[in-house]
Write a protein that binds this ligand. Structure first.
Ligand SMILES: [Zn+2]
Length: 401
């Protein structure tokens, strides 16, 4: 990753600090499993490299103002960076942090620019080969030209829509944290269409949607089969849909500061890397009188009861089970609206693992803590309820004894 900045290099062994700031290119580089920060400016026209294993401190307190410091133990020097593109500097910081945390970071192999551009030169942020992009305030359609885009940060933006064509970009990391999502129903209905594309549904590994004011997760998340990290903290989620169990690679789940009262049982047998469930409203199972499934049954359950007694499934149920079976991403407008609701309540039978809707199941709860290498929770919580569905009729249950 490359940033253009003003840079002061201070020699920490010198008696008097250097305060001379130079226009510089600063870049991360990987060579033979070793990561470096490289500097090019008028003092080092042939590039000066610092090993990241020698990084002693990162000073990031003023990163929102576009300032960051890197202190190295060998050589004993500090790089004081001032970058006009604050969001880009933040991405740069994140990349360095990921490297020193031992995460496998893939670094583009672009060469250092031939010359350091002066301060007033306009840099083309919208270059088609851009891999990291941080939006300032809104979605710019030029993003759609970035055919190699891997990290897309749309934080604190006004986001009435995300064009569906974003789904054709190989985005691995998407954050819409803190953004203002649409408020009108029509806009909300089409907002998640970009997920329903084959490209992004395979490439997306991290989806961050903290503090966006949502009450439920969009069912299009079901299509993200390689998703590893889902972060939806500080929203108004009252439940997590059972279909999350289908995301077999999901290993980091951050849902702090919501209104959750239970978790879907299908996630109880999984060991997460990191999970944050703090500041929710988990209750004891016996007090779970009202939940989204009970609500659903009150509205839809009784009116169609007659047909269940005859063991004839409504056509809409059959159509829905077919959608789950074939797992082909689609836009929600392509299916009738009542099928949207089924995604919110469908689960797998705890015993035979087949998909069932609440009409065909009884609900039960177990009580335990999630299994994770690192768990963040309220200290008073000793366990959370796990909601499970079980086939209502034992002869329907395909459990093999
Ligand atoms: Zn069953």
């Amino acid at each position: 990753m490359l940033i253009h900045c003003s840079l002061i290099i201070q020699d920490l062994t010198a008696a008097r600090p250097n305060t001379r700031s130079l226009r510089s290119c600063v870049m991360t580089k990987q060579e033979n499993d070793e990561y470096y920060v490289c500097v090019k400016n008028s003092m080092y026209p042939t590039i000066k490299s610092y090993k990241l294993t020698m990084l002693q401190n990162i000073y990031r307190n003023f990163i929102k103002e576009g300032k960051m410091g890197l202190e190295f133990s060998e050589p004993r020097q500090a790089l004081l960076i001032v970058c006009e593109d604050k969001n880009l500097l933040y991405m740069f910081y994140r990349q360095i942090k990921n490297i020193i945390d031992g995460n496998n970071v893939i670094i583009s192999t672009r060469p250092m620019p031939k010359r350091v551009p002066s301060k007033n030169e306009i840099l083309n942020r919208f270059h088609p080969s851009t891999m990291y992009f941080v939006a300032n305030s809104h979605f710019d359609n030029r993003i759609l030209n970035m055919r190699f885009l891997s990290n897309l940060v749309l934080e604190d933006c006004d986001l009435p829509t995300i064009p569906a064509q974003v789904g054709y970009l190989p985005v691995k990391y998407l954050s819409i944290t803190g953004s203002k999502l649409p408020t009108s129903k029509n806009e909300q209905d089409v907002f998640w269409n970009f997920i329903s594309h084959n490209t992004i549904s395979y490439t997306l590994r991290t989806l961050k949607m903290d503090s966006v004011g949502i009450k439920k997760l969009p069912f299009e998340i079901f299509f993200l089969i390689n998703l590893e990290t889902l972060s939806a903290s500080n929203n108004s989620l009252a439940y997590l849909p059972h279909f999350l169990g289908n995301l077999r690679r999901l290993e980091n789940l951050f849902v702090a500061d919501n209104l959750l009262v239970y978790f879907p049982h299908i996630l109880s047998c999984r060991t997460f890397k990191e999970i944050d469930i703090s500041n929710n409203s988990f209750q004891l199972p016996k007090s779970l009188m009202f939940d989204h499934i009970t609500n659903y049954l009150q509205i839809f359950g009784n009116s169609e009861k007659g047909s269940f007694e005859l063991d004839i499934k409504p056509l809409s149920h059959l159509a829905f089970f077919n959608l789950l079976h074939y797992w082909i991403p689609f836009k929600r407008q392509d299916i009738p609206r009542n099928l949207w609701t089924y995604f919110e309540v469908v689960g797998r039978c705890m015993l035979c693992k087949k998909w069932i809707l609440p009409e065909y199941s009884r609900i039960t709860h177990t009580f335990a803590l999630p299994s994770a290498i690192s768990t963040i929770k309220d200290h008073t919580i000793n366990g959370i309820p796990w909601q499970a569905l079980i086939c209502l009729n034992s002869y329907d249950c395909e459990r093999r004894f």
